[in-house]
Design a binder for this molecule. Structure first.
Ligand SMILES: [Zn+2]
Length: 227
């Protein structure tokens, strides 16, 4: 396409991880980064780094992450572009990628509802979008299940970093989430989705709310997990 060629010439697209120029047919990540970025590719959805991190805190039915996150690695650069550089399209890109992987696993067939971790309204206004939304919607599309961003609500803005120890931080974050709906979701398999799991405190706070619903199964999917 002549027009697209011209646009590329005027505004060259660069790889969201290494910033080298993208070739025709490459989208967001160059071919090298797409294969070189550290993918988790776990065999077990019940015993892995995420279930370990949340052990004794949340009873997870399944958990999976697409990428390993480490300071300075390709995943960190990609997530940084998504969260701080207005590159919202990375969210959907990762959702389609992760969704296609998960579709191959039999356990993903039991998912009922995909729930993005809510973002506070003020943060959403600053950023202009919830960085998890595109990912969550793409997952619901590929895995053919409901997307619902109306079950959990985040109600106050916190500067959680000031709390040094995990207990204090978890305590603060926990009070930031509320459950909006009740009956309709009882008995369902609910899948919380997030961008990055580090300590798991935010996910835990969301699960504390979701587990108030009767007979639900709880699972967690994330773009990345801190290695
Ligand atoms: Zn690259």
């Amino acid at each position: 396409m002549l027009f697209k060629g011209l646009i590329d010439l005027l505004f060259p697209q660069v790889c969201m991880s290494c910033e080298s120029a993208l070739h025709t047919g490459e989208e967001l990540l160059c071919t090298h980064c797409r294969f070189d970025i550290p993918a988790c590719d776990w065999k077990d959805s019940k015993d892995n780094l995420i279930t370990d991190k949340l052990k004794g805190r949340v009873r997870l039915t399944n958990a999976d992450a697409l990428l390993y996150f480490e300071k300075g690695n390709k995943t960190q650069k990609l997530i940084h572009q998504l969260k701080y550089k207005q590159q919202e399209q990375i969210s959907r890109y990762l959702g389609l990628w992760h969704g296609e992987n998960l579709k191959q696993k039999s356990w993903s067939q039991s998912f009922d509802v995909i729930i993005p971790v809510p973002i506070h309204a003020r943060r959403r206004r600053q950023r202009g979008y919830n960085q998890v939304e595109g990912y969550a919607k793409a997952l619901s599309q590929v895995l053919d299940c409901e997307y619902n961003d109306n079950i959990l609500y985040r109600h106050h803005y916190s500067r959680t970093q000031v709390f040094k120890n995990r207990l204090a931080r978890t305590d603060v974050i926990e009070h930031n989430f509320k459950l909006k709906t009740k009956k309709t979701f009882e008995g369902k398999h609910l899948v919380l989705v997030d961008d990055l799991i580090t300590t798991g405190a935010t996910a835990e706070a969301c699960f504390i709310q979701l587990s108030k619903l009767k007979n639900v199964k709880l699972s967690l999917l994330t773009m990345a997990v801190a290695a």
